[in-house]
Design a protein around this ligand. Structure first.
Ligand SMILES: Nc1ncnc2c1ncn2[C@@H]1O[C@H](COP(=O)(O)OP(=O)(O)OP(=O)(O)O)[C@@H](O)[C@H]1O
Length: 238
């Protein structure tokens, strides 16, 4: 199967001068339905990686950066937006640390929001997601009337509802207790595999990632380099 997302020789610097930080991605490849965890200590560059994958941060160097057969590096080089916004809104889904639901929409409307903004018609997937995430009986409730865990599950349904190619989850379980965190991550992994959606979960919770037995990449600060530098490395001791 061909790659959905492929990066090689990608670098991005943040800041200037002595305090500048650089993230280096030697190689990263994802196919439809793949699920991957990215771990690393605070400040190592996990959000920088997600911003690159989310097409919101322009790489300084990219030998290869392809997403859905589009040359992302060339799109960035072409200046302006170059179609990146359309790629982002149609083919990416996001799960944030805390739900990020709109307070004036009910749960179902929140879940359907990406589809509506994209002008997509109804999809049986919405009802299926609500059922799978145990939210059907709550669909008419506003976010303020939901528990933290229910809001987070609604945010997951929203990220998947427009059938994106890739879902990026940034510490999606930070606000949940450990048993719920495990359940929520398992659900995301199941949904991703079932619907052929690639999933990248960023987490500082190494124990959780191990329990899920997810393939893991780690953002590793490099000792002895000038300035701060991190590299994305595979973890082979799982
Ligand atoms: N806009 C910016 N300008 C300058 N430096 C930045 C900027 N954003 C991030 N950095 C620096 O880049 C490095 C990596 O930050 P990043 O947020 O990617 O790390 P992280 O692993 O996600 O951290 P955390 O787990 O604490 O959220 C840090 O040293 C940070 O200070």
């Amino acid at each position: 199967m061909t790659s959905l997302l492929e990066l090689a020789g990608v670098e991005r610097r943040r800041g200037e001068g002595e305090g500048a930080f650089t993230l280096e991605v030697g190689e990263l490849s994802l196919r439809a339905g793949d699920c991957l965890a990215v771990t690393g200590p605070s400040g190592s560059g996990k959000s920088t990686l997600l911003d690159l994958l989310g097409l919101v941060l322009c790489p300084d160097r990219a030998e290869v950066f392809r997403f859905l057969d589009r040359d992302v590096a060339a799109l960035w080089r072409s200046g302006g937006d170059g179609g990146l916004a359309a790629l982002r809104s149609r083919h990416l889904g996001y799960v944030l640390q805390t739900g990020g639901l709109l307070p004036f929409l009910d749960l179902r409307e929140n879940v359907e929001l990406s589809r509506r903004l994209l002008g997509l018609g109804p999809d049986s997937l919405t009802g299926e997601l609500l059922a799978r995430l145990g939210l059907t009986h709550l669909k008419a409730k506003k976010p303020r009337a939901l528990s933290v865990g229910e809001r987070q599950r609604a945010a997951i349904a929203r990220a998947f509802a427009h059938r994106p190619a890739l879902v990026l989850a940034d510490e999606p379980t930070a606000a949940l207790d450990p048993s719920l965190a495990l359940e929520v991550c398992r659900l995301m992994r199941e949904l991703a595999a079932e619907f052929g959606i690639a999933l990248v979960i960023v987490s500082h919770d190494w124990a959780l990632v191990r329990r899920l037995r997810l393939p893991e990449l780690r953002v590793v600060p490099q000792a002895g380099t000038s300035g701060c530098r991190s590299r994305l490395e595979g973890v082979s001791d799982a």
